[in-house]
Design a protein around this ligand. Structure first.
Ligand code: URP
Ligand code: ZN
Ligand code: ZN
Length: 461
């Protein structure tokens, strides 16, 4: 595609700077930044009064994924339209391995899911659920193909959980090939005992999902993962960190000098134990793992984001309908599919409650929603930056719009909103993916299949 476009008169906000500039785009890339730039008539987007930011990057999504006995209800069409509506222009989705499946097959099937469907760019992290010679070989093959991060689960015993032997061998292999290992940190053996005890005592309601997944079990697994990563001498990435004790473990590893990054998610800033304790089956909407925590953790997570101890905010978007998917566990909380929505409003929630409410600077908002992810996962400066030569993944962000979040107006295929009724300011007005407008004034104007698979660089350690 060769089409000169100009975003004119906006305030450019990046992870490092805030300044007035026009942004010129050609061939899907940024070709100039400056003042009083010109473009042909009709090719100019008026950004006066708005911010121009690098498109959001959500590095934790589960689209069209079989998990917990059912398939997440957003596919690469509805899920990426929802992402773009909220100002996200790239995702890294999890390719989950079925038992015995080659990792290369997982990757192929996840590339195929996006092709012809995704409206934004996507990469893949491939999960490792077992260890053998084929897995070791495939890790090397995939890194050469631009899939440079691998996910392990230390929870979900009997399903996707791995043991320490598999974890440690994965870490050592990652070191050989320059890959990044990411972990879901909860002690799955301990949780298994607690869940069995609860069910034996007749405790079957959704709220017991939270009480059987204590903070200590998350902190222990975080410590174990980071200790073993230190022993192997590799960088490590902790996904969906939810509580202060786990954050403390991250801080300790960082203080030891390890290259360690951690991610949190909006649900650990805006939902709490009180939500999962709602009467009836309502609490099932909040069954995700780690679970919603006591509100006292919110402050710790915000300060971790502000200080840099927490690097990124991803969504862990794993949506299951309330009407006919969460109900798989209507008489047993352990059968409720784990996961919730979040791809659509991640950037907006962090803008309103972070940047507007003074918990994050505007630059740090951009950093946690976009730039850090690009750097950690080998996409910078092609993504996550506004510099000449970068992909023109850009969002014109209207800081003044006031809106109310609701299941009725969202683009995702899910039938509830985790933040129903929240009133927030700011909205993605124009969303460009490699120079092509995907959303304009809240309307989808993109093309299914415009998104491209992103090959990523190795981890620098
Ligand atoms: O509850 C969650 N988070 N579901 C998605 C899978 C995972 O653990 O990331
Ligand atoms: Zn997880
Ligand atoms: Zn997840």
């Amino acid at each position: 595609m060769r089409e000169i476009r100009l975003i004119k008169g906006g305030t450019v906000v990046t992870a490092g700077e805030t300044y007035q500039a026009d942004v010129a785009i050609d061939g899907g890339r940024i070709v100039a930044l400056g003042h009083s730039l010109d473009a042909p008539a009709g090719a100019t987007i008026d950004a006066r009064g708005a911010y121009v930011i690098p498109g959001g990057i959500d590095v934790h999504t589960h689209l069209d994924t079989f998990f917990g006995g059912t398939t997440s209800c957003d596919n690469y069409r509805s899920g990426t339209v929802a992402a773009a509506a909220g100002g996200t222009t790239s995702i890294i989705d999890y390719g989950l391995q079925a038992k015995g499946q080659r990792l290369t097959e997982v990757a192929e099937s996840w590339v195929a899911k996006g092709k012809g469907n995704s409206v934004i760019d996507w990469g893949i992290h491939v999960m490792i659920g077992e260890m053998n010679d084929g897995v070791l070989a495939d890790i090397g093959t995939l890194v050469e193909q631009g899939i440079t991060s691998f996910k392990v689960f230390l929870a979900y015993k009997g399903a996707v959980m791995i043991d320490d032997w598999t974890l440690f061998r994965t870490l050592l292999r990652a070191k050989e090939v320059g890959a990044l290992v990411m972990a879901h940190c909860e002690n799955g053996d301990v949780l298994d005992v607690l869940v069995r005890q609860a069910l034996a005592a007749g405790q079957t309601e959704p709220k017991y999902h939270a009480s059987t997944r204590p903070e200590e079990a998350e902190a222990e697994a975080t410590n174990r993962f980071l200790t073993l990563a230190g022993l192997a001498g590799v960088p490590a990435y902790v996904v969906h960190l939810s509580c202060a004790p786990a954050l403390e473990e991250v801080r300790r590893a960082q203080a030891r000098g390890q290259m360690v990054w951690a991610e949190t998610c909006p649900q650990y800033l805006f939902t709490s134990q009180e939500d999962i304790e709602k009467p009836g089956f309502e609490g099932a909407k909040y069954v995700f793992s780690p679970p919603p925590r006591d509100k006292r953790n919110w402050e710790a997570i915000w300060s971790g984001l502000a200080s840099g101890a927490l690097a990124t905010v991803a969504s862990d978007h794993c949506p299951f309908r309330f009407a006919d998917q969460k109900t798989l566990g209507s008489d047993n909380f352990s059968k409720i599919p784990n996961g919730g929505p979040g791809i659509e409003d991640r950037v907006g929630l962090l803008y309103h409650y972070g940047a507007v409410n003074g918990r994050l600077t505007l630059n740090r908002w951009v950093d946690v929603c976009s730039t850090q992810a690009a750097k950690i996962f080998g996409m910078f400066p092609r993504k996550g930056a506004i510099v000449v030569g970068a992909d023109a993944d850009l969002v014109v962000w209207d800081p003044k719009t006031e809106r109310t979040l609701s299941a009725v107006t969202q683009k995702s295929a899910i039938d509830y909103h985790l933040y129903e009724g929240f009133k927030i300011s700011g909205q993605a007005r124009d969303v460009l993916v490699r120079g092509a407008t995907v959303f304009e004034n809240g309307e989808f104007v993109g093309e299914y299949g415009h998104g491209q698979f992103v090959k990523r660089n190795k981890v620098l350690s």
